[in-house]
Each structure stands twice: as C-alpha cells, then as structure tokens.
Design a protein around this ligand. Structure first.
Ligand code: GRF
Length: 215
C-alpha cells in the first residue's frame, strides 16, 4: 500500500471549506492547518479535531517575499504532497507559487475565468448574469487563472443579494473541494506536461442547468 498523501490547508478566517475537507474522510493525511491570522475561527475547529495548527502573521514581516519564504518553511516542515488554499486571503508571490507548482490548489467563488479577484457575488449581480458558481483550480502566478479541476454552477435568482448568492455558491464549494482533493490524493487528476489538467475520470454528461428554467 502506498503511503497516503499529506496535505496542508491554509486558511485566514471562517474556515468552512477547511471544515468540509476535514469532514469528508479523505484518503489522505491532513498534516496541518496553517493560518496567517491567530484569530481565524477555523483554527479552533482544526484543533478540536486534533490536527496540528500553526500561525504565521504576515504583519511580522516587512514584505511579501519574506512572509512567503517563512510560510514555505512552515509548510515544508510538514512535507506536504498537496497544499490547499481554503480562504487564504493573501496574494502569494511567484516564488511561492513556483515552489509548489502542480501541488498547490485554490477554491474561488466564481466560474473562472469570469470574476477573478474579490467581490465576485456583487459583480455577478451587477452584471445580471443568470448562472454563477465556484471553481477549484491549480494555482499559477497568474492570479485566479490556473488550470481548472472542477466547477459547480448555480442559478442566480431574481431576489438574490450578494449574501444569498454567496450562501448558494458556498454550499457547492463544500461539495467540489473535497471531490477535487480526493481525486488528487488518489492520482485520478494531475497536471500534465503542458500545464493542463489531466484525468482518468470518465467524463459524465451531467444535467444542463438553465436559469431561468425552460418551460
Ligand atoms: C470562500 O468563498 C472561498 O471560495 C474563498 O474564500 C471563502 C472562504 O470561506 N476563496 P471559508 O473560510 O472557507 O468559509
């Protein structure tokens, strides 16, 4: 039996995606949860599950490069096969991203490449789009543009507020992130030599989402 892969999860706050990952009984070892904020709510949940935690405040560093170098040292202390960004609210330097090339993933609350960056739900509502969603992708130096592993789409409803839309999207985030990590831990999805996502999963014809629905 090969050793289970080790993963390190990086958070900055609430940590609901981290919770979904810890609850998913993934075929991997969750080696640690690391936060750049000591007050990240998710840390308590991880500690209660007996998972090692570490805090490295970005405020203790003069610039991004020195913070990211120290962060990589902390993360590498756990020898991870996969580093999972789950609401980690720091833009990472190219050096950090390249160090973890092919083993650093992120979840983003939009159907990338639409709405990279922040305030995705507000911007989606302003534009009047009818279908929104979330994306799990490999991280590359181009912010929120790395190769896509899985996406989930939700309808945008007439009376949606940014909060109601965020809740609907977050529900799907909690489904697709564990799925993506499971595939990666079982070597069923990987990054090929051309920087594209490759997979041995059979492609399925899912059901089409119409928004509004057809009559
Ligand atoms: C999620 O919406 C995620 O897509 C984004 O930041 C939010 C983090 O939420 N990157 P949580 O900390 O996982 O609850």
């Amino acid at each position: 039996m090969p050793q289970p892969k080790k993963i390190v999860i990086l958070i900055s706050g609430r940590g609901s995606n981290m919770e979904a990952l810890l609850d998913a009984k993934l075929p991997c070892q969750i080696a640690a949860v690391v936060s750049n904020r000591a007050d990240a709510e998710g840390l308590d949940f991880a500690r209660a599950r007996g998972i090692a935690t570490a805090v490295l405040s970005h405020r203790d560093f003069a610039d991004r490069e020195s913070f990211d170098a120290a962060l990589a040292q902390v993360v590498d202390g756990y020898s991870p096969d996969l580093v999972v960004l789950a609401g980690f609210m720091r833009i990472l330097t190219t050096g950090f991203v390249k160090h973890y090339a092919g083993r650093l993933i992120n979840i983003h609350p939009s159907l990338l490449p639409a709405y990279p960056g922040i305030d995705t739900h507000e911007r989606a509502l302003q534009d009047g789009i009818k279908i929104h969603g979330c994306t799990v992708h490999f991280v590359t130096p181009h912010l929120d543009h790395g190769p896509i592993i899985i996406q989930a789409a939700v309808p945008v409803l007439r009376d949606d507020t940014p909060e109601s839309l965020a809740t609907r999207v977050l529900h799907e985030e909690h489904r697709i992130y564990p799925q993506a990590v499971r595939w990666l831990c079982q070597n069923q999805v990987w990054l090929d030599g051309n920087g594209r996502v490759a997979s041995d999963r059979l492609e399925q014809l899912g059901s089409t989402l119409f928004a509004p629905g057809l009559e």
